[in-house]
Design a protein around this ligand. Structure first.
Ligand code: COA
Ligand code: AMP
Length: 625
């Protein structure tokens, strides 16, 4: 029988130690923890004194328990037309060999390994091999350009880099080595070894002595056993966009992460060991970390790795084909993907061509799900489609309709109710609860539950400064929202400079940094404008220096190309306007929010602090021309 949601939720906030001790007891600890929760750290430190290994929990324990022959990982590439399957025993063997090679390089626990790879099985193996050795992995999304990659390499100073010869996008090949070389040249960092997976579609020439062929190096390596790791030691670092130009390295601890993800698989997703889970994301994002790699494997499920797009590879039936061919029981994607499918196949003719009888539920996250698209998906699939809300920092859902507990009635437009462990409040600027139904800032009570960030890499005060200082004793999510009279949360979107393009989190500050580095640009601002398909798109507004010789069109073309090279094509930065002045307050703060409202077709009031109201008129004319 399912546990009652309200009861579980109440226990999790009233007695978090007892609640999480129980959840932690199902793991195979090499050394039991001495304390469930250390509250001397305001955000909380979980399972202090305990030791375990995340790779053991994800692979070895299942093999030992008789799940060795079960399929652990299914790779389905629409880009190459290939499929591969790895049982738990095979995956364990491959991971242990790769870990053996890494250990042979002298990799010590705590030393970072950077993974810049496409969505292929070896990328998953790389993450698990790092976990096996207690070496935090730092995955960089394969769509990021040289500047983003360089910032991450510089931040974590990896001992090893694991990459591939290429990624495959529709109609083009992404060669990783030139991007990696450019990134390394920018910062003057030399990793000791760079392991390169040669993909047959486009092998790379290995020119530097530290570049090694993956298969030649790893085959025959002596398999490495799992090393016991402190529960509080970092399992990984994953960078995400903040409000500044520099990405923040979110640090996830080992024990809290394993406990929280195992719990979420059953409580949130309502899936059983042995079933098939598919998160249509990328390992470069938190969704990929949590629900392509760790969550499903920790829970003894089969996970699906799909290299392809929701449309165009070859058609809008791609997702339904994958779900049907692999008997997917629970699926997870971003609303943008559904909008893209709906645009091409509004009558869902493709759905009818596939046997989706195994599919129980489709979960959505990563950006706001418009109720219309959600309803469409629910109608054409005839299955519940559940919107749930979380962020890189939390590692799993903050609010969801928890299908493994007694489900709550669905409210369209809401991300449902707080997941056990998360004490969600909506507050005004002074930190006081706003009345039900009123918009405010969404905050989380401290301590945070297991699995949330434990810090920012290389920035000891970063967690407190970026998240805990705005509201006393609370973590600020950066999202605005409303809690209604039934306790349901409605997330309205970011209240900071983070934007969300096709479910990809970007910072306007990062794009501004690229624009302002151009020799002809005096100042600039990047704002988000609504987009029917991708949710939001960035638009740049630049003021050129006086006496610029290049024509405006040429400068704009260069700026667009630079953002594509430095940040990546995923920024979808295609619109940049030259303006004479930017609207600012009298103290010099650029009025980005007001400009975004104008770009969204709204008619905001002119802020009383504006320096020159005429600048808004000029920007409105530019944005609407
Ligand atoms: N490596 C290199 N380049 C990549 C990339 C990767 N891993 N992923 C995307 N890109 C490139 C694309 O090739 C494209 O380049 P282009 O400008 O030359 O066409 C650009 O980045 C934008 O990509 P994308 O956002 O995928 O746009 P699209 O127009 O090609 O496809 C969708 C539209 C809706 C199909 C696509 O945006 C999508 O699948 N969105 C859902 C994404 C998602 O799941 N996000 C949630 C992550 S948790
Ligand atoms: P990321 O860290 O990349 O997962 O992005 C997290 C941000 O995406 C959140 O802070 C929200 O702004 C947004 N987001 C994620 N899921 C949802 C959702 N279900 N509804 C609305 N916004 C969401």
């Amino acid at each position: 029988m399912k546990e009652d949601y309200l009861q579980a939720y109440r226990r999790s906030v009233e007695d978090p130690e007892a609640f999480w001790r129980e959840r932690a007891s199902v793991l195979e600890w090499s050394k039991p923890f001495e304390r469930v929760l250390d509250t001397r750290v305001p955000s909380g430190r979980w399972f202090v004194g305990g030791e375990l290994n995340a790779c053991h929990e994800a692979l070895d324990r299942h093999v030992a328990a008789g799940r060795g022959a079960q399929s652990a990982l299914i790779f389905d590439s629409a880009m190459t037309g290939t499929r591969q399957q790895f049982s738990y025993a095979q995956l364990q063997q491959r991971v242990a060999e790769l870990a053996g090679w890494m250990a042979g390089q002298g990799l010590e626990p705590g030393e970072r390994v950077l993974i810049y790879m496409p969505l292929v099985p070896e990328a998953v193996m790389a993450m698990l091999a790092c976990a096996r050795l207690g070496a935090p992995h730092v995955v960089v999304f394969g769509g990021f350009g040289a500047a983003e990659l360089a910032a991450r390499i510089e931040d974590v100073a990896p001992r090893l880099i694991l990459t591939a010869s290429c990624g495959l996008e529709p109609g083009r090949v992404i060669e990783y080595l030139p991007i990696l070389n450019q990134a390394l040249a920018r910062i003057g960092h030399k990793p000791e070894r760079c392991l390169v997976l040669q993909r047959p579609e486009h092998p790379a020439e290995l020119t530097a002595p530290q570049q090694l062929d993956w298969h030649e190096s790893v085959s025959g390596a002596r398999p490495a056993d799992c090393r016991a790791v402190a529960a509080t030691a970092p399992l990984y670092i994953l960078h995400t966009s903040g409000t500044t130009g520099r990405p923040k390295g979110i640090v996830r601890d080992t024990g809290g992460h394993v406990v929280a993800l195992r719990y979420s698989m059953s409580a949130v997703y309502g899936i059983d060991p042995g079933e098939v889970f598919w998160a249509a994301s990328d390992i470069g994002w938190v969704v990929g970390h949590s629900y392509i790699v760790y969550g499903p494997l920790l829970h003894g499920c089969t996970t699906v790795l799909y290299e392809g797009k929701p449309v165009g590879t070859p058609d809008a039936g791609a997702f339904w084909r994958v779900a049907a061919s692999h008997g997917v029981n629970v699926m997870f994607t971003a609303p943008t993907a559904l909008r893209a499918i709906r645009r091409e196949d509004p009558k869902a003719a493709h759905v009818a061509k596939h046997d989706l009888s195994a599919l129980r539920t489709l979960f959505l996250a990563g950006e706001r799900a418009d109720p219309d698209t959600l309803q469409w998906a629910q109608d054409v699939l005839g299955k519940p489609v559940i919107d749930h809300w979380w962020q890189t920092e939390t590692g799993s859902a903050i609010a969801a309709n928890c299908l493994g507990l007694t489900p709550m009635p669905v409210k369209p437009g809401s991300v449902s109710v707080p997941v056990p462990g998360f004490n969600v409040r909506v507050v005004d600027d002074a930190g006081d609860d706003v009345p039900a139904g009123t918009a405010g800032s969404v905050v989380l009570g401290l301590p945070l539950p297991p699995g949330c960030l434990t810090g920012l890499w290389n920035d000891e005060a970063g967690l407190a400064r970026s998240y805990l200082s705005r509201f006393q004793d609370h973590y600020f999510t950066g999202d605005g929202g409303v809690l209604d009279e039934d306790g349901y949360l409605h997330v309205m979107g970011r209240v900071d400079d983070v934007i969300n393009v096709a479910g990809h989190r970007l910072s306007t500050g990062e794009i501004e940094q690229v624009l302002s580095a151009h020799e002809d640009v005096a100042e600039c601002a990047v704002i988000a404008v609504p987009d029917e398909l991708k949710g939001q798109l960035p638009v740049g507004l630049v003021v050129l220096k006086s006496g610029v010789k290049r024509g405006e069109d040429e400068v704009i073309a260069q700026l667009i190309a630079r953002v594509r090279d430095d940040i990546g094509a995923i920024a979808c930065f295609r619109r940049c306007l030259v303006v004479a002045r930017l609207p600012k307050t009298r103290s010099g703060k650029i009025l980005r929010g007001t400009m975004s409202q104008i770009a969204a077709g709204e008619h905001p009031q002119t802020p009383p602090t504006i320096d020159d109201p005429e600048t808004l008129v000029e920007v409105r004319a530019a944005l609407t021309s």
